[in-house]
Design a protein around this ligand. Structure first.
Ligand code: GTP
Ligand code: MG
Length: 197
């Protein structure tokens, strides 16, 4: 897929106020600081369409972007950010779960995972949550520029082994780097293919 246009639409914390056009939607979720917003900029060839930061907790709202005037891309806050208070964590979880459970046009969620990390229960549990709610998902491994090819291979193998303890089949997965622009075509072509189904 070629990106012809990518524009910010709106930010909010209420799924009922999300854009009304019945277009297919793809959401990006994962731990704080995993690289969700950077990936969105890489995929859309824009430097700062989505706001990024070295400090976790940058994205706080549900952010809608419209791509090629035909589908929505959604940047979400990260989960698992330990420094927020318990009550704000709870509130945060509520608006994210409302989004996932109520947004009818959501086609698929991409769960982002830092390729350097061993499988983390917070990510595995989130995937299980998506499964229970029958929300299709794919995994995007981020920051591949931080590892050598052999190490990437090993990390992916370990991750797949872990997934196969719970899942009968592996979800689609992608290896990406926003700083080295790796994986752009693979992710965009996958979105295009699921969009046509
Ligand atoms: P929150 O909005 O806080 O949940 O974070 P996020 O997941 O949106 O992460 P963000 O895109 O803001 O990036 C977090 C940090 O990781 C920034 O310092 C980025 O520069 C860095 N980063 C993101 N992607 C990559 C990548 O592919 N390679 C490298 N080396 N660094 C990256
Ligand atoms: Mg972000």
């Amino acid at each position: 897929m070629k990106i012809k246009s990518a524009d910010f639409v709106m930010s909010n914390s209420d799924v009922a106020k999300c854009p009304k056009r019945p277009l297919p939607e793809y959401a990006f979720i994962g731990r704080s600081n995993v690289g969700k917003s950077s990936l969105i900029n890489m995929l859309t060839n824009r430097k700062s369409l989505a706001k990024t930061s070295g400090r976790p907790g940058k994205t706080q709202l549900i952010n809608h972007f419209i791509i090629n005037d035909s589908w929505y891309l959604v940047d979400l806050p990260g989960y698992g950010y330990a420094r927020v208070s318990k009550s704000s964590k709870k509130k945060f979880q509520k608006f994210i779960t409302n989004y996932f459970e109520q947004r009818k046009q959501l086609v698929l969620a991409f769960v982002l995972v830092d390729i350097r990390h061993e499988p983390q229960s917070i990510d595995l549990e989130f995937m299980e949550y998506l499964g229970i709610n029958e929300i299709p998902f794919g995994i995007i491994f981020t920051k591949a520029d931080k590892l050598k090819p052999k190490a990437i291979e090993r990390q992916i193998e370990d991750y797949c082994q872990e997934l196969l303890k719970t899942w009968e089949a592996l979800p689609p997965y992608f290896i990406t780097s926003s700083s080295k622009k790796i994986g752009q075509d693979e992710v965009l072509d996958f979105i295009e293919a699921t969009n046509e189904e």
